[in-house]
Design a protein. Structure first.
Length: 489
């Protein structure tokens, strides 16, 4: 059994624990009043429509509502709204004059505490809610469970070093094989220049994108060290080259990729987004996905370690649901929830189906992973202050599938405001600079990579194949008689 690192700070427990508390049902009905008939998800949904003041008033009404209103998801939305307004203020386009209004400060250990402190108030401390709810407990459980060493045990992603461009092309890119190139970027100045301390000194007030909001870097690190999120936010910023151009002096495109990106012919302004800075703490990371526009990518680690899982084209992992046309990918669970509930299932499936060629590996500082076009991948950061740079590119080896994607799936083209015309603009650029490729790829038009028939797993497949429901296990503190009989407030 994986161990919890701590108990829920507001006294929320899994629903099953209510069996041992005689007063649980009465406390719920009295504590929720007219809302007692609603399921927990519905109650939470109602609370989502309240502002911070109303949430505060509700929380004083009963211990049950104290538990519900402490839910981090409610306060994260409010906190992110503050960040968005601060961003509008910075850009000088705040509609409601909030420029110079409340800024988010990361005081405390949670979005709730941060928000309340940012408003100049002090969060109420101490009183535990003693609420039994899987809906409320679930995110805390995945935020507080230790990583399972079994998730990190396999290393079958090929690892090479000192690779020439020719070798790389012949052995990996042309064959669509992922690989870790050890020490590929160990000479980058970034390896000695980038860390929390030095980056905050250089760029502490500069905003970087994490999810839908921009965090000033200093605030981001405060958040990253002290949050209770099951999906910790991390910096994934495509604008870093304009926001902090000095960062470009600290790294270079590795020689095996240099000068081979055909999208370069479009110029920096017109090409699709292609480079990102990534900074995150342990447990943050990227859910299963495919890279945009059928590009290949490299991802180089500057600090910390990243755990990689990759699956070939046409092999979506269990718990991940691509739509029929591939336009949407739904992974309803968080990354850690996926590892907790689906990793073992994937391993069993891989044992039975050799086409599901699961590759697993860990990259450390100076290492780089190559992700071929069309490969599924997810990434878990294993250390605090994990920093990486990633770039996507379109090269000669897979230009035909990129061209086909751009012209046949225009609505799925991403990373550019002019998605409808990217196919023609790319072809024009190739006509000017590499007409040979245009001609060759017109003739080749390889069929889409189909290493194995696509198969989706549902929640019910999970139940059928494992016989297990998704359940939480938690250590329970013994209840005192007083707590068992405690009344609603
Ligand atoms: O480092 C990460 O979190 C993964 C980035 C990634 O997978 C991507 O950019 O496609």
């Amino acid at each position: 059994m994986r161990r919890l690192q701590r108990g829920h700070p507001m006294g929320v427990y899994p629903l099953g624990n209510a069996l041992f508390d005689e007063a649980a049902t009465r406390r719920r009905s009295e504590g929720l009043g007219d809302f007692q008939r609603l399921g927990d998800e519905r109650v939470l949904q109602l609370l989502r429509s309240l502002d911070a003041k109303a949430l505060g008033r509700c929380s004083a009404a009963s211990s049950m509502l104290r538990g519900f209103t402490a839910s981090e998801e409610l306060w994260q939305v409010l906190g992110m709204a503050l960040l968005l307004k601060a961003g509008e203020g910075r850009a000088g386009k705040s509609r409601d004059g909030l420029k110079g209004g409340h800024q988010l400060h990361w005081g405390g250990n949670s979005w709730r505490e941060a928000y309340i402190c940012s408003m100049g108030s002090t969060p109420a401390q101490g009183k535990m809610a003693r609420v039994y709810s899987d809906v409320l407990y679930r995110s805390f459980y995945y935020a507080a469970t230790e990583l399972d060493p079994a998730w990190l045990a396999t290393e079958n992603l090929e690892r090479v070093s000192n690779l020439s461009t020719q070798d790389f092309l012949e052995r990996f890119e042309e064959r669509s094989c992922p690989v870790i190139v050890s020490g590929c970027v160990k000479h980058w100045p970034a390896l000695s220049r980038w860390s929390e301390e030095s980056l905050v000194r250089r760029f502490g007030e500069i905003p970087f994108a994490a999810g839908p909001v921009d965090f000033p870097l200093k605030l981001f690190y405060s958040y990253a060290h002290q949050n209770m999120d099951d999906v910790p936010m991390f910096i994934f910023d495509k604008y870093f080259a304009t926001r902090a151009p000095e960062l470009l002096d600290d790294y270079e495109v590795p020689s095996i990729f240099r000068g081979r990106d055909l999208f370069n012919f479009l110029g920096d302004e017109k090409r699709p987004d292609f480079r990102w800075l990534l900074i995150g703490n342990k447990r943050s990371g990227s859910k299963w996905h495919l890279d945009p526009n059928k590009t290949c990518a490299w991802n180089a680690v500057v600090r910390g370690r990243k755990r990689w899982l990759l699956l070939p084209p046409g092999c979506p992992p269990p718990g991940v649901h691509p739509s029929k046309d591939g336009a949407e990918v739904t992974q309803p669970v968080s990354l850690l929830e996926w590892f907790s509930n689906f990793y073992d299932e994937l391993k069993r499936h891989v044992d039975l189906n050799p086409a599901w060629d699961l590759k697993e590996g860990t990259c450390g500082p100076g290492d780089l992973v190559f992700i071929p076009s069309g490969w599924w991948h997810c990434v878990l950061n294993l250390d605090d202050d994990t920093i990486a740079v990633t770039q996507n590119y379109a090269s000669e080896t897979h230009v035909s599938s990129v061209r086909r994607f751009l012209s046949e799936h225009r609505d799925q083209v991403s990373g550019t405001a002019e998605r409808d015309t990217l196919a023609e603009r790319f072809d024009e650029a190739l006509t000017r600079h590499r007409p040979d490729l245009l001609f060759a790829s017109d003739k080749v038009q390889k069929p889409e990579a189909t290493a194995a028939p696509a198969q989706n797993f549902s929640f019910w497949d999970h139940l059928r194949s494992t016989g297990k429901s998704l359940c939480f296990e938690t250590p329970e503190e013994p209840l005192s008689k007083k707590q068992r009989m405690s009344e609603t407030g």
